[in-house]
Design a protein around this ligand. Structure first.
Ligand SMILES: [Zn+2]
Length: 461
């Protein structure tokens, strides 16, 4: 393997060479969406960042040798609330199903339009309840969890090195804890693994009664089921480091008795909108759907590849400011690139090497732009550009021209050729300019056999 990958690992706070546990099956887990509402632009970032990583791993280790699991969180109190609000007349289970199915379908549509491949597996929390119960039983059995007041709680003090990922030692957390300590918790940082459900909350039978899982346990269960007790990469947004990922690690390591849950932890930076934290109260809460299909952001719709390129123009660990200006910048860059079709050429090494260095998409996009500039008029270079752009998921699409327009243009091009033959240059130029105003570019050449002038045309992007 000539390409060596280096990634920044949140666990060690260092950028180190990546060596998979099993190169025949490189395994990555990324926390997916909670399906109760449209995905916002902050949800788009990890989907795009880890899609690029997935593509890179497939390129290096082979498509059949990478397993990417991204979950769907379909049990959550926010889902229950939405189900009750939107479908008050229906039995809760049915209402929940309507909310989660609709949101999941929408998420898939949005994410696909942003140029993302489907993950290898997309487990649902509600399909993994049995595994969650099994892990919780193990944790109770080995003294890392306890039952109190209808809840099963993880005993954070039972884990000597709890807090390694977020670098928040327990003592510090307790000293700084200002939230009221729930009386039934042994330690303020203990968290819920299982809680009892009332009759109007969704629930599953368990050794501790009909209840539902806490949020963190689902990822421990789904990752173990599809990737094993220890796997290569765990990803997600920076905001998930604490408590979510810290607690996933605590559960998995204490249940399985392992040194780590995943070897490499990768986190993407925050997303702001027009320089401010995105929130519904700020009025700058923007969904992927809004960007793609409405005129709510900047008074127009934005193509998926513009949104994707705008994301890739910032390194994944940096915060990103999502703004109209940034989208326009991405669009201008895309417009300079030739439309092409990926034809099986290999992506350029410069692009791959940039990504191999901790997913440096900024350098990769620069390399792609350089390729685009070289590619004009050179079919081999164009093929490499197209393969590289397709690899990053930002290949400009060939503009479809409808037949009526095409035959009208053909007729004008033929007329211009007649004018040129008749040496009526003024009229010929007039036709060329008229077509140019309509975005049609003419290219004159010579038929190598007859030496006669031939004119081709294309639609300018
Ligand atoms: Zn998770």
């Amino acid at each position: 393997m000539s390409i060596s990958l280096r990634f920044y690992n949140t666990l060690t706070r260092e950028k180190t060479a990546f060596a998979p546990i099993d190169p025949q099956n490189v395994r990555m887990y990324v926390c997916g969406p909670t399906v109760y509402d449209y995905a916002h632009i902050g949800n788009a970032r990890p989907a795009i960042v880890f899609d690029v990583l997935f593509r890179l791993l497939r390129h290096v280790y082979g498509e059949a040798h990478v397993t990417y699991a991204r979950n769907i969180t379909d049990v959550d109190d926010k889902i229950n609330a939405r189900a009750l609000r939107d479908h008050p007349g229906l039995p809760l289970n049915e209402a929940i199903r309507l909310v989660t199915e609709k949101t999941e379908t929408q998420y898939h549509e949005d994410i696909a339009l942003l140029g993302n491949l489907e993950p290898t597996v997309e487990p649902r929390a509600t399909d993994t309840i049995a595994e969650m119960i099994e892990i919780i039983e193990k944790l109770i059995g080995n003294g890392h969890a306890y039952v109190a007041k209808g809840e099963v709680l993880f005993d954070t003090k039972s884990m000597a090195d709890y807090g390694q990922l977020s670098k928040r030692p327990l003592d510090e957390q307790q000293a700084g804890a200002r939230i009221a300590v729930d009386a039934h918790k042994k330690n303020p940082s203990d968290f819920v693994l299982w809680k009892l459900s009332s009759h109007n909350e969704p629930g599953w039978e368990s050794p501790w009664g009909r209840g539902r899982p806490g949020w963190h346990i689902e990822c421990s269960a789904m990752s173990r089921r599809y990737l094993g007790e220890v796997f290569d990469i765990h990803g997600g947004g920076l905001d998930l480091i604490f408590p979510h990922h810290e607690n996933e690690i605590a559960q998995s390591r204490c249940a399985h008795g392992t040194e780590v849950m995943a070897n490499v932890w990768m986190h993407n930076g925050f997303v702001q909108v027009e320089g401010r934290k995105m929130s519904k109260s700020e009025g700058n809460f923007i969904t992927i759907y809004d960007l793609l299909h409405t005129e709510k952001f900047g008074g127009r719709q934005w193509p998926g590849e513009v949104l994707r390129l705008a994301m890739l123009m910032t390194h994944y660990r940096e915060p990103i400011d999502f703004s109209v200006k940034r989208l326009e910048e991405a669009e201008r860059l895309l417009a300079k690139w030739p439309a092409a079709e990926a034809s099986g050429a290999t992506p350029c090494d410069t692009v791959i090497n940039a990504l191999a260095d901790d997913l440096n998409t900024v350098a990769a996009v620069q390399a792609l732009h350089a390729l685009a500039q070289e590619a004009h008029g050179d079919p081999d270079a164009l093929a490499v550009f197209a393969a590289s752009a397709a690899f990053l998921g930002v290949l400009p699409e060939k503009t479809e021209v409808d037949e009526a327009l095409a035959s009208a243009v053909d007729a004008l091009v033929a007329l211009r050729l007649e004018m040129l033959k008749a040496k009526n240059f003024a009229e010929a130029d007039k036709i060329r300019n008229e077509l140019s105003d309509k975005g049609i570019q003419l290219k004159d050449g010579k038929d190598p056999a007859t030496g006669e002038r031939v004119t081709t045309w294309e639609v300018k992007r």
